[in-house]
Design a protein around this ligand. Structure first.
Ligand code: MN
Ligand code: MN
Length: 288
């Protein structure tokens, strides 16, 4: 009841929980500046700011079964960390929605792999400034710069689209073109609106079971400055909340990654905590 280490209102027994929160404080492959290992703790702390009642969805967190397993002990070797994330699913009930707080984006492929194994076939929507389509980076295929490439290699992933893109190596853009990898730039969102872009992305993904991965650098640094690799001209916090609202009813899992709280005054962790709560509320309202 007074466990400040939990995400706020996440006090359910994991065995009966509908939503299970897991911290994945891993940042060993970070390329520009480190610190996303502090993300889970900062997001949990920020979560205590918010009311248990969510008026937009007529949902009260006191009526929900949300559990927080705490943080995985991921060490510093990427292969070990990825394997440990997969092992962590033994503690998440089959029917529960997993919500991971990163950590860097490299945590996502092993999560998607496990969710796809459980669900059969899933689609993935990634919000990111970066294509993350490198085959390897900094000597490792587990780098956060390879996250989407690894996701696309998973057999259980039948559809994929990314939104918010504004950075990548020429090779990554060519790879996307050759393989028909769907991506939508932040310029496109600004011109056409997030509603139209997301509709197209959902059609490209083409499945009713969707995993949502939010790399917080997808969001403009004005809204989310506390990230490992900030990129100007990004999505607004409103755009991302729209995606969360729209995708949550179909969602089979969520991760919020790349939050590095030491680079701002708390606003990115606050946005992370809020979006996780909006996700849970939107999903619970749809299932009611
Ligand atoms: Mn990323
Ligand atoms: Mn990114």
């Amino acid at each position: 009841m007074f466990n400040i280490h939990n995400f706020a209102d996440a006090n359910a027994d994991p065995e009966v929980a509908d939503f299970v929160i897991v911290g994945a404080p891993f940042d060993a492959t970070t390329s520009f500046r480190s610190g996303t290992r502090e993300g889970p703790e900062a997001v949990r702390r920020a979560s205590y700011n918010f009311e248990t009642y969510v008026h937009r969805h007529s949902i009260d967190f006191r009526d929900l079964q949300v559990a927080d397993l705490g943080d995985l002990d991921l060490g510093s070797d990427p292969a070990y960390a990825m394997e440990t994330i997969g092992d962590g699913f033994a503690f998440i009930p089959e029917g529960a929605i997993p919500i991971f707080i990163g950590g860097e984006h490299s945590i996502t492929p092993p999560i998607v792999s496990e969710v796809a194994r459980r669900r059969g076939e899933i689609g993935v929507i990634v919000l990111d400034a970066h294509l993350d389509l490198r085959d390897e980076y900094g000597g490792t295929r587990y780098s956060h710069a390879c996250a989407s490439r690894r996701i696309l290699e998973l057999s259980g992933v039948s559809g994929y689209a990314s939104i918010g893109i504004r950075s990548g190596d020429l090779k990554e853009y060519l790879y996307a073109e050759e393989r028909g990898v769907s991506y939508h730039t932040s310029d496109e969102v600004r011109e056409r609106g997030i509603e139209a872009v997301l509709e197209e992305a959902l059609a490209e993904v083409g499945t009713d079971e969707i995993y949502l991965s939010i790399d917080f650098d997808a969001i403009d640094p004005a809204f989310a400055p506390g990230v490992g690799t900030p990129e100007p001209f990004g999505l607004s916090s409103w755009d991302v909340r729209y995606v969360v609202d729209r995708v949550a009813p179909k969602a089979v899992g969520l991760d919020a990654n790349e939050i590095a709280p030491q680079y701002d005054g708390g606003q990115t962790a606050s946005l992370g905590a809020k979006l996780i709560r909006e996700f849970i509320a939107a999903k619970a309202a749809a299932d009611r």
